[in-house]
Design a protein around this ligand. Structure first.
Ligand code: NAD
Ligand code: LMR
Length: 329
């Protein structure tokens, strides 16, 4: 039986992450090797021509699962019928721009996109926001989509999660596939908290295997939290292939479920668990079952973790209050 193609909208499709992402979606890595997809590329008018070039290359790959590509320069058409939306395009911070200016500029993008999702996306729409500031952009989009369950709006901390696994693997000499139950808490920013106290390294408690709180505080946490800046410094551009890879991981797990005996990290609307202010979109330890993220419950939070989680949550609350003041919520 031929399956109906899934409509996947990608914003910022002509950008760096878009270029690293689209070919992987079209090859079946986003949803599964037996799921046909139709791509809906959303760009600003000036970048439509570049998106057309990428679409030509996608055609030239002759991907068996790619059932069509359409290109749009407005959110209403771009999100019509979308089942999955990857919100990658955002307004980057430029010289002299204050945080309030950045939030306002992104409100001008994510508010209308949220409204278009509300009005025209499919009932099963799932949204992943990648464009920074990702958590708060997701909150703005969700607020503009009152008819879509808030749980369908998520922001990406999977890249931070993957970065933390890689650092822990290098420290312990254990393969990445033997590292489980790591958590990123809070904001996708330098305040994020990568937590190894519940993580397992080849079946043993990671914090005990490492046995070095100084390494945690002075090396591991800052390396993971500032990795994005280190890549910008080295490459002259922000992470693209690794960000695209993390977006694929996030959506694949959301749709297909997380593996038994493990969890991952995703920024999802807080229900107040672990003292995280209700309603903000904050990263948690999560599993996915039947297409729904669930926060892993019952973890004991020690003082070392508590203060770091609280600091990142405080930053998210500040961002929420700032966009509220701008009338975006
Ligand atoms: P880029 O500048 O190469 O591409 C962005 C694209 O978005 C451009 O083609 C631009 O024309 C488009 N765009 C801008 N406004 C748009 C709108 N209103 N509608 C549709 N398209 C629009 O940037 P990039 O390297 O691809 O990064 C994209 C975003 O992802 C940035 O905000 C970056 O900071 C963020 N990012 C997030 C993570 C994460 O882990 N959450 C990681 C890496 C990068
Ligand atoms: C990253 O984590 O690599 C990016 O979010 C950095 C950035 O500011 O684009």
């Amino acid at each position: 039986m031929t399956r109906t193609p899934v409509n996947v909208t990608v914003t910022g499709a002509a950008g760096q992450i878009g270029y690293a992402l689209l070919f992987r979606i079209a090859s079946g890595q986003l949803l599964g090797a037996d799921v046909p997809v139709k791509l809906r590329l959303l760009e600003i008018p000036q970048a439509v021509k570049a998106a057309e070039g990428t679409a030509m290359e996608l055609d030239d790959c002759a991907f068996p699962l790619l059932a069509g590509i359409d290109i749009f320069d407005n959110p209403t058409d771009g999100f019509a019928g979308a089942n999955v939306a990857l919100l990658v395009g955002a307004r980057p911070r430029t010289k002299g721009m204050e945080r309030g200016d950045l939030l306002a500029a992104n409100g001008g993008i994510f508010g209308p996109q949220g409204k278009a999702i509300n009005d025209g996306a499919a009932d099963d729409i799932r949204v992943l926001v990648v464009g920074n500031p990702a958590n708060t952009n997701a909150l703005i989009a969700s607020a503009a989509a009152p008819d879509v369950p808030a749980s369908r709006f998520t922001a990406m901390t999977r890249l931070d999660h993957n970065r933390a696994i890689s650092q822990l693997s290098a420290k312990t000499g254990v393969s990445v596939s033997d590292i489980k139950k790591l958590t990123i808490w809070g904001n996708h920013s330098a305040t994020q908290y990568p937590d190894i106290f519940h993580a397992e390294v080849a079946g043993k408690n990671a914090a005990e295997v490492v046995g070095d709180e100084k390494w945690l505080a002075d090396d591991f946490i800052p390396t993971v939290a500032k990795r994005g800046a280190a890549i910008i410094e080295a490459r002259g551009a922000s992470s693209a292939a690794s960000a695209a890879n993390a977006a694929i991981d996030h959506v694949f797990d959301w749709v297909n479920g997380t593996p038994e005996g493990d969890w991952t990290s995703a920024a999802i609307p807080s229900d107040g668990s672990y003292g995280v202010a209700e309603g903000i979109i904050s990263s948690f330890p999560v599993t996915s079952e039947n297409g729904e993220w669930k926060i892993v419950q019952g973890l004991e939070i020690n003082d070392f973790s508590r203060s770091r989680i609280d600091a990142s949550v405080a930053e998210l609350v500040e961002e929420r209050d700032a966009v509220k003041e701008l009338g975006l919520l």
